[in-house]
Ligand binder design. Structure first.
Ligand SMILES: Cc1ncc(COP(=O)(O)O)c(C=O)c1O
Length: 417
């Protein structure tokens, strides 16, 4: 265990048995063994409260929103807009006009790339990201840069997986049109110094998008405290349904941006000659939205807050420290990503064993981990490895599951001895 991680470990106060009882899927078996779900960075499991919210929406008030005068439509609209207000509270935005529902984080980043950034981007301009971004925070920028003849700049990371802040600062130039940086790396677990990132960028007049896809279910994310210009999150990692995501944008930016997609609901008037746009945030929500998804996300955020993000974070810190110890005790295992500020991700390689073989063998023991490049191929390149095995933690995980992972990895060792 690294001293930093050991020092971070504090006793957990979370009643994990009670939490686990709220997640129906956790009681199933896989390959005849109790499920040990350690693939939370890919998606989290859903508490019964979320499943119930989806069912009661469809059985009680299913109707399209914003369009009907009938009672069901009004109830569905109230529930959908109630979800927006809940998201506003969760991320502490100043106004619901700043909360746009998207399909996922990827759509939020594309929206900003193709509306806020694309029309400001001239040949020779720059977009700044970091070397530990998820593909969804790389490829949209490549698309808009390529179209404009602009350049994608990449702030490097060190061998621990920490962002080199001085390099980041150096790469902020008068040509930088946006910096788009992860709050927490899905491949390494690194938590980035987002406040400092925003401060440095703003000092040079550069707006900042924060990708909070991973951070948002592990720690408090406050858009006003961060002073970020945009932030994206994705519902299915927040213990909510798939198909719903969140884009936060400062109102002045969103007002100035053209629509991303055209269609119903995002207009104020339409003629064949000209259409005009709806007010915020509807200008960015073309077509029937994921009403059920928003309502499910509302229930998920209620569940997280009722459980307590501080208690969740303390429990996950304990698991991270414990899991680090479990992995370090296994012959030939090397952790990839040892940042001093790190959360809930144990990415590792094992001498002489391909990560896919690790994943397959531990699956036979009922343990779900992810193997591959984790949609972060440049991170793999940075560490000169093809892939890692990754165990990622959430509020319902236990030390026993990490022990089971350790036993399964010893079997991997035996098979490849
Ligand atoms: C850091 C990070 N950013 C963005 C994404 C993309 O999320 P989604 O696929 O839900 O859009 C992920 C998903 O793994 C992620 O971990």
């Amino acid at each position: 265990m690294t001293p930093e991680i050991a020092a971070a470990a504090v006793p957990s106060t979370l009643d994990v048995a009670r939490v686990r009882a709220d997640f129906p899927i956790l009681s199933r078996t896989v390959n005849g063994k109790p499920l040990g779900y350690l693939d939370n960075a890919a998606t989290t499991q859903k508490p019964r409260a979320v499943l119930d919210a989806l069912t009661s929406y469809y059985t009680g008030i299913n109707a399209n929103v914003h369009r009907g005068v009938h009672e069901l439509s009004q109830q569905a609209t109230d529930a959908y807009e109630g979800a927006r207000e809940r998201v506003r509270q969760y991320f502490h935005a100043a106004s619901t006009r700043e909360i746009v529902f998207t399909r996922n984080a990827t759509e939020g980043i594309n929206l900003v790339a193709f509306t806020f950034v694309k029309q400001r981007l001239q040949a020779g301009d720059e977009v700044l990201i970091s070397a530990m971004e998820h593909h969804s925070n790389i490829v949209p920028w490549q698309l808009v840069c390529e179209a404009a003849g602009a350049h994608l700049r990449v702030a490097p990371i060190d061998d621990r997986g920490e962002l080199l802040l001085d390099e980041f600062e150096r790469l902020l130039t008068p040509r930088t049109r946006i910096a788009s940086i992860t709050h927490m790396s899905n491949a390494l677990g690194t938590v980035t110094p987002v406040r400092e990132i925003v401060r440095l960028a703003h000092a040079k007049g550069v707006p900042v998008l924060i990708d909070a896809s991973q951070a948002a279910y592990h720690m408090r994310v406050d858009v006003q405290a961060l002073d970020c210009d945009f932030l994206v999150a994705t519902g299915h990692k927040l213990y909510g349904p798939t198909g719903i995501g969140v884009l936060y944008g400062k109102e002045a930016h969103l007002e100035a941006m053209p629509p991303f997609m055209g269609g119903g609901d995002m207009i104020s008037s339409v003629t064949f000659e000209k259409s005009t746009w709806n007010v915020l945030p509807y200008k960015f929500e073309a077509g029937t939205p994921d009403i059920a998804g928003a309502i499910g996300l509302h229930a998920a955020l209620d569940y997280i807050d009722a459980t307590g993000l501080d208690a969740i974070a303390a429990h996950e810190r304990d698991l991270l420290a414990y899991g680090t110890g479990v992995l370090e005790a296994i012959d030939g295992v090397r952790l990839i990503g040892t940042a001093r500020d790190k959360a809930s991700i144990l990415s590792f390689v094992m001498d002489g064993v391909h990560p896919h073989d690790i994943g397959t063998i531990v699956d036979r023991e009922g343990i779900a981990i992810r193997t591959g490049h984790h949609c972060a191929q440049p991170v793999m390149e940075r560490f000169k490895i093809p892939a890692t095995a990754r165990a990622s933690l959430a509020m319902y995980n236990t030390r026993e599951e990490l022990d089971a992972l350790g036993r399964a990895l010893r079997k991997v060792r035996e098979v490849f001895a």
